[in-house]
Design a protein around this ligand. Structure first.
Ligand code: NAD
Length: 478
């Protein structure tokens, strides 16, 4: 069994406390590592290191910062296999998906490095003769990042890369479910020329070191990805210092399938949404509104496609389509939602409960529920599992109205061959993202930002980069 230490000031550092957390392989239930349950003193040490390193970092030309980021992405590409294995071992996704995650993370770092020469200010015309108004974009100083477990490796970079290229230092707290990959990431960073102290990683529980980081008066920004409830707790912790928050929260993405849609394309996209990472993806279709004329045909095709998906321990059998739920609580949540939906009148077309996998984890069958209604809990709450609930609707107007009637506003999708219907849906859907006739997967250069309870601010692209910068306006009378 491996033992990890915190990563502070460029090296592994033992916790100043005695407590440790066990990290479990969700596919088997076996303990894979022990990591620190970090204390306030550990967090202070990480913040000290970040504050010591950041001023000199911010003074360097951005292109030098970018070149050091590229050293990190090169290290990732040299280590795809072992990194993917670490991710699979503690998170339970397939090896193929973990490899995609590592390569995508390297691409993401390179993309953010490309911004180095484009972190531009503005010159604003003045009302006064002889005056110039300059708007500079500057780093916060030290920022905090708190990560979820579902794409844990990518999330390290989604916070770290824009933070660093903009001239910040960062203190990260990975999820207690998946800290190992963050420490392996750190081990590779230690082998680059990145000055120590710019990236620090402390592990521990959310209610402990997570809350302390969000409530620290030594950070200028807390960037968080995770659930709505935790986002709310983080805002509350940040409120006492008026710390800026950047929140990427949960979703309940609607997929709208109209009667003129390419049904095979829609079936494949929805099926992939529910199977990838065992359905534990914030942006993926979680509820399907299908035109009543094609609802029976769509549901039958979807059930056939879902039933063909095979789950199991991804390290023992690289041929599986998906792995276990992250933990028992995740399984129980999905199971409870399905049971209550059935109790409220939904029909199980395929699946419906625990998958028969002998590996020791908590596996859920690929499941399709027909006859769902918009008022059902399974249509209103994030499921985060391999379950596709289908609601039949009379047409686009009803579908859009039901889709919008949600506390969540992260992503949405629509399937139609009619350009007018597609444009109408895009204008009427009140979500941060809409995908038309394609799978739910955001681009590095886009902007991933939720409406309503799905978040504040966003990530990726130019706008995501700007989340890690604050403005300084100078009025120069000369
Ligand atoms: P979570 O909210 O349970 O935990 C996320 C992180 O917050 C963990 O590191 C946890 O330790 C920490 N935390 C918990 N309580 C805290 C507190 N009081 N103060 C500070 N930190 C605390 O989320 P999760 O289960 O790890 O991730 C799944 C959720 O993340 C889903 O809702 C999913 O939709 C969402 N998610 C959103 C996006 C996005 O881009 N919008 C991306 C991935 C995941």
């Amino acid at each position: 069994m491996k033992t990890y230490r915190n990563y502070i000031n460029g090296k592994p550092v033992a916790s100043q406390g005695d407590e440790a957390l066990e990290v479990i392989n969700p596919s088997t239930g076996a303990v894979v590592s022990r990591v620190p349950e970090s204390t306030d003193a550990d967090l202070d040490a990480a913040l000290d290191a970040a504050h010591a390193a950041q001023p000199a970092w911010a003074k360097r030309p951005a292109i030098e910062r970018a070149n050091l980021l590229r050293q990190i992405s090169a290290k990732l590409r040299e280590n795809v296999g072992p990194l993917a294995r670490t991710i699979v071992e503690e998170q339970g996704k397939t090896v193929g998906l973990a490899e995609v995650e590592v390569n995508f993370t390297a691409d993401y770092i390179d993309y953010m490095a490309e911004w180095a020469r484009r972190i531009e200010g503005e010159i604003i015309p003045s009302d006064r003769p002889g005056e110039s108004i300059f708007l500079f974009r500057e780093p916060f100083g030290v920022v905090g990042g708190i990560l979820p477990w579902n794409f844990p490796f990518f999330l390290v970079a989604r916070k770290m890369a824009p933070a660093l290229v903009c001239g910040n230092a960062i203190v990260l707290k990975p999820s207690e479910e998946t800290p190992n990959n963050a420490f392996e990431f750190a081990r590779l960073i230690a082998g680059t020329d990145l000055p120590p102290g710019l990236v620090n990683i402390v592990s521990g529980r959310g209610a402990g070191v997570g809350k302390a980081l969000a409530g620290s008066n030594r950070i200028g920004l807390i960037s968080f990805t995770g659930s709505v409830n935790t986002g709310s707790a983080i805002m509350a912790a940040a409120a006492k210092n008026i710390t800026r928050v950047n929140l990427e929260l949960g979703g309940k993405a609607p997929a709208i399938v109209l009667d003129d849609a390419d049904l095979d394309l829609a079936v494949t996209a929805v099926k992939n949404s529910r199977i990838i990472n065992s359905g534990q993806v914030c942006n993926c279709a979680e509820r399907v509104y299908v035109h009543e004329k094609v609802a029976a045909e769509f549901t039958e095709k979807l059930a056939k496609a879902m039933a063909a998906a095979r789950c199991g321990d991804p390290l023992a059998d690289t041929g599986v389509d998906y792995g276990p739920m992250i933990n028992k609580a995740g399984f129980d949540k999905v199971d409870g939602l399905v049971r209550r939906a059935v109790g409220e009148g939904a029909q199980v077309v395929t699946g419906g409960g625990r998958a028969d996998v002998a590996a020791g984890g908590h596996y859920f069958q690929p499941t399709v529920l027909a006859g769902c209604r918009h008022d059902m809990e399974i249509i209103r709450h994030e499921t985060f599992g391999p379950v596709a609930p289908v609601v039949a609707v009379s047409g686009l107007e009803e579908a859009v109205a039901l889709a919008n009637d949600s506390e969540y506003g992260l992503t949405s999708s629509v399937y139609t061959r009619n350009l007018n219907a597609a444009m109408h849906a895009c204008r009427a859907l009140r979500f941060g993202e809409t995908y038309v006739n394609r799978e739910n997967f955001e681009a590095i250069q886009g902007y991933h930002a939720g409406w309503r309870k799905s978040g504040i601010g966003g990530a990726d692209g130019k706008h995501g980069l700007h989340e890690f910068l604050q403005t300084h306006v100078v009025y120069l009378q000369a």
